[in-house]
Design a protein around this ligand. Sequence first.
Ligand code: GTP
Ligand code: MG
Length: 315
Amino acid sequence: MSGFKCGYAALIGRPNAGKSTLMNQLLRNKLAITSAKPQTTRNRIAGIHSDDAMQVILVDTPGIHNAWTELNKQMVKAARSAISDVDVVLWLGDLTQLAARAAKDEPILDAEDEQLADLLAQCARPVIFVANKIDVVPTPMILPVIEAVRKRISCAATVPISALTGDGAKPLLSEIQRLLPEHPPLFPPETWTQVSERFLASEIVREKIFHLTEEEVPYATAVDIVKFDETERETNSIVKIYADIVVERPSQKGILIGKGGEMLKRIGTLARKELQEVLGCRVYLELFVKIEKNWTRSTGGLKKVGFEADDGSSG
Ligand SMILES: Nc1nc2c(ncn2[C@@H]2O[C@H](COP(=O)(O)OP(=O)(O)OP(=O)(O)O)[C@@H](O)[C@H]2O)c(=O)[nH]1
Ligand SMILES: [Mg+2]
């Protein structure tokens, strides 16, 4: 095992940069939920990539942004704390945003990027700048972005990539391997995550809500798995899942249930289909919409809906 590398790498960036998409791409497995809406990820979620030369524990984090509600503050806290817990930081930049600013002759890094750069410059960890979404941004527009980042903080490497197509994933893994410490593997090579099926189930339901509802509704929603019944998993190949979808207001409850219960049915059908694939058995899924007034705004409210602020893996 001499020369084998093993350690932790955090995926850090603004909301919507593509952190969770990259995580899934590097794992070749869907672990983290993704959506076109910002602030999809709420917890730190770890996935493990192993090959002949290294094992890297990738830590997906919520997007770093100026947070107002208690929920958002907890999300940003989870991301910030990840930075100091890892061996390498992958700073994901969204080229569609960064290159658009360059094209308009605006500063490529805006105020929030500057804050993030400060945070990363202070962290005393090697930073790889990952310029994401090269599948939609013309190549000549990538270089100025990388130059602007390099001028701002010293990076151990810069890697253009498409998290969506996987283009650039190999060079990125090589850079990660170069920067990790020599260490024997911490997990058996076939392990790709340690999050519980219960946590995955709540995230899958939440993803469907992100995809099917608009405006404030997905942001006011938490999914709490009330019961994860595996008693018939071996004998009858079925898992029964009972989940509360928690919202803040009656109007949001109305939207989630929909006319004649149609929205809730759509959410349930899509989630159940995916859960059957993930769990490898039949799934009975019962969803119940419940109101917890202003749960996103208070620590007590967050606890009440069973929200684990810093670590999804225990949820
Ligand atoms: N075209 C293109 N789209 C991408 C790429 N990577 C991510 N996306 C899209 O960008 C959106 C956001 O992706 P996510 O992976 O959810 O982003 P995130 O950084 O995890 O976002 P938060 O969890 O909200 O912080 C989704 O619609 C993705 O499909 C890419 O390489 N190319
Ligand atoms: Mg995410």
